[in-house]
Design a protein around this ligand. Structure first.
Ligand code: BMX
Ligand code: MG
Ligand code: ZN
Length: 323
């Protein structure tokens, strides 16, 4: 019980806030650019200053903050607070003592968790998963992250790496992923995958308004442009989302037969595409799941948006402090 800081270290932004661990209330939420290309020392200095700023904004003192939880977009060791392998963040992040450095700079104990495990926990306690005992969460963004809850507990695995659902193989002969595997979900249903499929369609000269929509400046291509083109009736754009939904459905079907959770929670920017993604996803699930009663599983959108990561990370700090 008390005040904690939650932080989401993202490829684009660093977001942090003071969180009331009892109510989930988020205060003094502040978002600044990560600028990871400047190197981790610069990022961690910016992060520590951000924490000092939000403490001041909240009219609290450092002593009032019991702990800091930081969600990182990749692999970490939660005992030592080191990041171990982060594919989607520029710069060097192998064995960087993020938590110890933040503790030294702020005087407040700091703890690491994976960004989407934090989102999962936030959604479980205060969002789409409220009241659930078991759920599986997918966050579709630059990467695809995941999180699993069984018996009201976050499943972290033997060394803390369980829940990497974006790196589930959905096609054994698929393209090489940044993680080293072939045919990971992330290669089909993430933002960059949707963008890449659009660029490929244009270069192959397909009948599509995608190129026109960005004035043939392909740097301007985004998943939203593809979404808008699909909404205007562009069949190639629609097929790109159908494909993304199909592979997401395969992954979710695998999660369902593994765990039979009460809910599947889907968040992240790409989930905004709604039915364009969800209709083919549901079809792919129906075609694969025969043994688990689907009428007892709800598939829902995440509810907390970008705050879920911040809330969940603060809850992780609370959990670790109590250990
Ligand atoms: C990557 C993966 C996940 C992370 C996800 C977040 C690795 C192996 N990271 O799939 O741990 O949760 O990205 O995605 O390095 P993002 O959209 O927040 O970048
Ligand atoms: Mg993230
Ligand atoms: Zn992968």
């Amino acid at each position: 019980m008390g005040y904690f800081i939650g932080c989401d270290l993202g490829g684009t932004n660093l977001r942090a806030a003071v969180v009331n661990s009892v109510t989930g209330e988020v205060n003094s939420l502040t978002i600044i650019p990560t600028m990871a290309h400047e190197g981790y020392e610069a990022v961690l200095l910016r992060m520590a200053n951000l924490f000092k700023d939000i403490i001041e904004k909240s009219k609290l003192k450092s002593d009032d903050i019991q702990g800091i939880g930081i969600g990182v977009p990749g692999m970490m060791d939660f005992e030592s607070g080191l990041t171990t392998f982060i594919t989607n963040l520029p710069g060097h992040w192998i064995n960087v003592p993020v938590a110890p450095i933040i503790k030294e700079k702020t005087g407040i104990p700091a703890f690491l968790i994976n960004d989407v495990r934090a989102i999962t926990w936030g959604e479980l306690k205060f969002g789409a998963g409220k009241g659930c005992q078991s759920l599986v969460c997918y966050a579709l963004g630059t990467g695809i992250g995941g999180g699993i809850v069984v018996n009201n507990q976050l499943v972290l695995g033997n060394s803390g790496q369980a829940g990497e659902l974006g790196h589930m193989t959905v096609d054994p002969n698929g393209p090489l992923c940044n993680c080293g595997n072939h045919g990971c979900l992330e290669q089909y249903s993430s933002g960059p995958a949707i963008k890449a499929a659009a660029l490929k369609a244009i270069s192959h000269g397909g009948t599509t308004i995608l190129g026109e929509m960005v004035g043939y400046d392909l740097n301007k291509m985004t998943p939203e442009v593809v979404y808008n083109a699909a909404m205007k009736g562009d069949t190639i754009a629609r097929t790109i989302y159908e494909n993304a939904g199909y592979y997401l459905g395969i992954a979710i079907a695998n999660s369902i037969v593994t765990l039979e959770p009460q809910k599947i929670v889907i968040g992240g920017g790409i989930a905004q595409a709604g039915e364009l993604l969800f209709a083919p996803m549901r079809k792919a699930i129906q075609e694969r799941v025969f043994l688990v009663p689907m009428d007892r599983i709800e598939i829902v959108q995440a509810e907390l948006g970008n705050n879920a990561g911040v809330i969940g990370a603060s809850m992780w700090a609370e959990n670790r402090i109590q250990k």
